[in-house]
Design a protein around this ligand. Structure first.
Ligand code: NI
Length: 399
């Protein structure tokens, strides 16, 4: 059984150069042309089979080891956000209004790094490793598109692993946890309909702004008063559009929100509670309402056995102290869609460094990473793949 060691971290300068290049030229969801071209070229240069334009701008690499065995998949997302970067770094985005503010440049680089390490061990690789470079995570469409385009077929992986940067963990550390890690996402669009009128004569109108404002406030009570406090959930109304003039009572108001949950029982209860709250609130103001409630993503739930294997690989590679229990978040990730098909593990890659001022959260225009994490991430993905490929062998040994 082959293992990677700390000396495999020696490739850090190469990884830093790649990450800075990707960081300087970020691309929005579904437009990852340059990034996917670079990825495809790197994989091809390593002798890895490449399938480009999977689910749009996605890339799938297949590395077949010299020995027959199972297939394990590793996934990275590649897209950036519509944010104007404010880090002032020399490698800051050169594309106005577009920024890698969620670390997907780091994910892409780590997966290229892992592919490089694994390709070097091809002769002793006991199976196949599949590399999924996914577009459009930020708009929740990329994983769906990759799956629809057969990314998990031929060969079909028996386990999948991926990572996300985590600013509140120091570079060199990782966070791992079996079970729920990230929330399920639903979305709601609410159209409140009243009747327009003169701002001075509210009794002859139905004020959609007041009905919608009351609806926003009432919705805050769904989680705090209707759900068990032990049940994690969030209801956020992030958009409120209404009105044409200060002295005109608005006939309509549009609200849009996001709903987060961890457990299936919560998911089953939320739509009816939300609907009932919206309808009764609007009715009390004389307004009518149309509600579109949609399921967007399931939660990210890590498989206990795969997570155990990844923890073992991480402890061997990084040492016991570097492997921390992962803090769950109500953020979501479409990695959940792979996990719905294949048992797997999503983990946090520590990228923070308070001493160097690297403290900002995801989607902050000042977001940056400690690039030492690139070595940790790439060796960890490679070592996890090895551990998972060797899984059947380990089971036999322990029997
Ligand atoms: Ni992200």
């Amino acid at each position: 059984m082959i293992h990677l060691t700390q000396s495999d971290r020696g490739r850090l300068p190469e990884l830093v150069a790649l990450r800075r290049d990707l960081h300087a030229y970020p691309e929005l969801s579904g437009q990852e042309e340059r990034t996917s071209r670079i990825v495809a070229e790197r994989l091809a240069a390593l002798g890895i089979e490449v399938r480009a334009q999977v689910g749009g701008t996605g890339v799938v690499g297949v590395l077949r080891g010299a020995r027959a065995g199972p297939c394990v998949a590793l996934r990275a997302d590649m897209d950036a956000l519509p944010i104007q970067e404010a880090t002032g770094a020399p490698y800051a985005s050169r594309i106005p209004g577009v920024m890698h503010a969620c670390g997907h440049d780091v994910h892409t680089t780590c997966l290229v790094g892992a592919a490089t390490l694994l390709a070097e061990h091809r002769d002793s690789l006991p199976g196949t490793v599949k590399f999924l470079f996914q577009p459009a995570e930020e708009d929740d469409r990329g994983a769906q598109a990759m799956l629809a385009d057969g990314a998990l077929e031929d060969p079909e992986p028996s386990a999948i692993c991926g990572l996300h940067t985590f600013p509140r963990l120091a570079a060199g550390q990782i966070g791992v946890r079996a079970g729920p890690l990230m929330a399920g996402i639903d979305s709601v669009r609410i159209m409140v309909r009243g009747a327009a009128g003169h701002g001075a004569a509210p009794h002859r109108a139905v004020d959609a702004v007041v009905a919608a404002a009351a609806t926003v406030v009432s919705l805050q009570h769904v989680v705090s008063r209707r759900l068990d406090p032990q049940e994690p959930a969030v209801v956020t109304v992030g958009m409120f559009h209404a009105g044409v003039a200060p002295n005109v009572i608005a006939a309509t108001a549009e609200l849009r929100g996001t709903v987060r949950w961890m457990r299936a029982e919560t998911r089953d209860r939320l739509p009816a509670l939300i609907r009932e709250t919206i309808e009764s609130t609007c009715r009390s103001y004389g307004a009518t309402v149309e509600i579109d409630y949609a399921r967007t993503l399931p939660p990210v739930v890590n498989d206990p056995r795969v997570t155990e294997a990844v923890s073992r690989a991480a402890t061997r590679l990084l040492g016991h102290d570097a492997v921390r229990p992962a803090e769950p978040t109500m953020g979501g990730d479409d990695f959940a869609l792979y996990l719905a098909r294949v048992p797997g593990c999503y983990l946090w890659l520590g990228t923070g460094n308070p001493e160097r001022g690297i403290i900002y959260d995801w989607h902050d225009p000042r977001y940056d990473v400690d690039e030492d994490a690139l070595a940790t991430g790439s060796t960890l993905l490679a070592e996890s793949a090895l551990e998972l490929l060797n899984g059947s062998h380990i089971e036999e040994e322990s029997r």
